[in-house]
Design a binder for this molecule. Structure first.
Ligand SMILES: [Cu+2]
Length: 481
């Protein structure tokens, strides 16, 4: 289709749909080296803070004697004073599998430090963990009813104690109360009942006020309002819907050299994706000159990382006319795919533009099952390719999107944490990216991830070869167990 010219004033329909960070996929996945040991880690932060995070660690290197885990703030003074770590417990069935639970006491950017020791020596790694309360806990109806009945018993008891104390309590044994005494006792009962009701009402108000304060802690992501300026300039306005007071809309730090990683996904067919890097033009405003993009409705996913290491994903929908723009440049990339309605969830091969194949070495897929998603790339002759390069400091980038768009996760070979947050947790990683720029990058990439819920997902896997970004697109149907 030829892109058509559009009127300079084009009104956008932009719907903000606030969801969780890393939308719908709050668990943290990580694969990395703790000294000599290669660990695959899943951290499931609690939905309510304070709450207990569940941790699973699988070592690909045998010989670990003990693993210790400890939570601490990602930045600030608290980051240098670790409390005494807990010892993770080893599975009876598998000596290389460890689990543990950690209390996460406050909301924000935390890290979990994992220390491994064994026959090959010691090592540690730190994984950033955002603790974002997703909801408040509701009281169970049975508990609520029981407490209410107990309160009624207490209130009735108090009223009758006061009444009896004013009447029978002051009588000599064997005597009957007079009319006046009975009247006084009745009045006292009524006054006590009113006081008790008043106390219950005050208690209720106090409870509601506390609940209100807590519900303000429930995480609300930053909102983004996209619009098209002129023919092809995308403008993104970031606003804070009101969450903890300290959040800012202009304290972002570069991740892979960019303040924002923006994905435009054509919906509902999911047949095109653009990975762009808008620049910040003023506080809370990002802009980008778009490449050619066909008309349609787009889901916007905008990844940013705050200065304290807290990552956020903003999302919105945008109706766009056909855009005639500049050719893609820098780290920007685009890919097309077959429409989702004709997707084949069993296909494990994706042809790349130069005829090479990306092959998904697919195992069994399950909900909340942490697996390395491994993809290898072979040339037309079937040999492993030798021209793999780092794309923005990483051997690969994968995005997992559920077809109803309630799940969006942007994952790297190191896991689900953005590089910017990982570097805050472990500054030595800033140099690791250069070390990885070895002459020969392997012809396979692997991403640790677990599908958060059953459903149909599309997976976009981006690698860079001979200076060009290539995207393999796969589909997966995940059954509930
Ligand atoms: Cu990435």
């Amino acid at each position: 289709m030829r892109p058509t010219r559009l009127s300079p004033i084009f009104v956008m329909a932009a719907l903000c749909a606030p969801l969780e960070a890393h939308i719908g996929s709050p668990d943290v996945f990580h694969e990395g080296m703790a000294g000599p040991y290669r660990l695959l880690i899943a951290i499931r932060p609690p939905p309510v803070i304070p709450g207990v995070a569940e941790i699973e660690i699988r070592s690909a290197t045998p010989g670990i004697g003990r693993i210790r885990i400890v939570p601490l703030p990602l930045t600030g003074a608290g980051a240098s004073f670790a409390p005494t770590p807990d010892v993770a417990s080893r599975s009876n069935q598998d000596p290389n599998f460890f689990t543990g639970s950690l209390w996460m006491m406050s909301t924000g950017a935390w890290q979990v430090r994992v220390e491994a020791e064994g026959k090959d020596g010691k090592g540690q790694l730190s994984i950033p963990v955002p603790t974002l309360p997703a909801r408040t806990l509701k009281m169970q109806p049975i508990l609520g009813t029981a407490l209410f009945l107990l309160m009624l018993v207490l209130a009735a008891g108090l009223v009758s104690i006061v009444g009896a104390g004013a009447l029978e309590g002051q009588l000599e044994p064997g005597l009957k109360p007079s009319k006046t005494e009975e009247k006084r006792s009745r009045t006292l009962r009524v006054v006590t009942a009113v006081l008790v009701l008043g106390m219950a009402a005050l208690g209720n108000a106090w409870w509601n006020a506390e609940a209100g304060v807590y519900s303000r802690n429930v995480y609300k992501p930053l909102q983004v309002a996209p619009s098209l300026e002129g023919n092809s300039r995308l403008k993104l306005l970031i606003t804070d819907p009101g969450w903890l007071g300290f959040r800012k809309t202009d304290d972002f730090i570069p991740d892979h050299g960019h303040l924002m990683h923006l994905f435009l996904l054509r919906v509902p067919r999911m047949d095109g994706v653009w990975h762009l890097h808008p620049s910040q033009t003023e506080s809370g405003v990002f802009e980008h000159d778009l490449p050619d993009i066909p008309a349609g409705r787009y889901q916007v996913f905008a990844d940013v990382v705050h200065a304290n290491g807290l990552p956020e994903t903003m999302t919105a929908e945008l109706d766009m006319p056909a855009v005639t723009g500049k050719p893609l440049s820098g780290d920007d990339s685009a890919a097309t795919a077959s429409p989702i309605e004709s997707a084949d969830a069993e296909r494990t091969r994706a042809e790349l533009p130069d005829g090479a194949l990306m092959i998904w070495e697919r195992g069994s897929l399950g909900v909340n099952v942490l697996t390395p998603f491994r993809f290898r790339i072979q040339d037309k002759a079937g040999n492993p390719v030798r021209d793999m390069e780092l794309y923005m400091g990483m051997p690969g980038h994968a995005i997992f999107v559920k077809t109803d768009r309630t799940v969006f996760a942007h994952v790297h070979p190191s896991g689900s944490s953005p590089m910017a947050s990982l570097t805050l947790a472990d500054p030595s990683l800033a140099h690791g990216a250069h070390a990885a720029r070895a002459p020969a990058l392997p012809s396979a990439v692997s991403f640790p991830f677990a599908f958060p819920k059953p459903g149909f997902y599309r997976v976009f896997v981006q690698v860079k070869r001979s200076g060009k970004v290539q995207t393999g697109v796969f589909d997966a149907e995940v059954q509930s167990r």
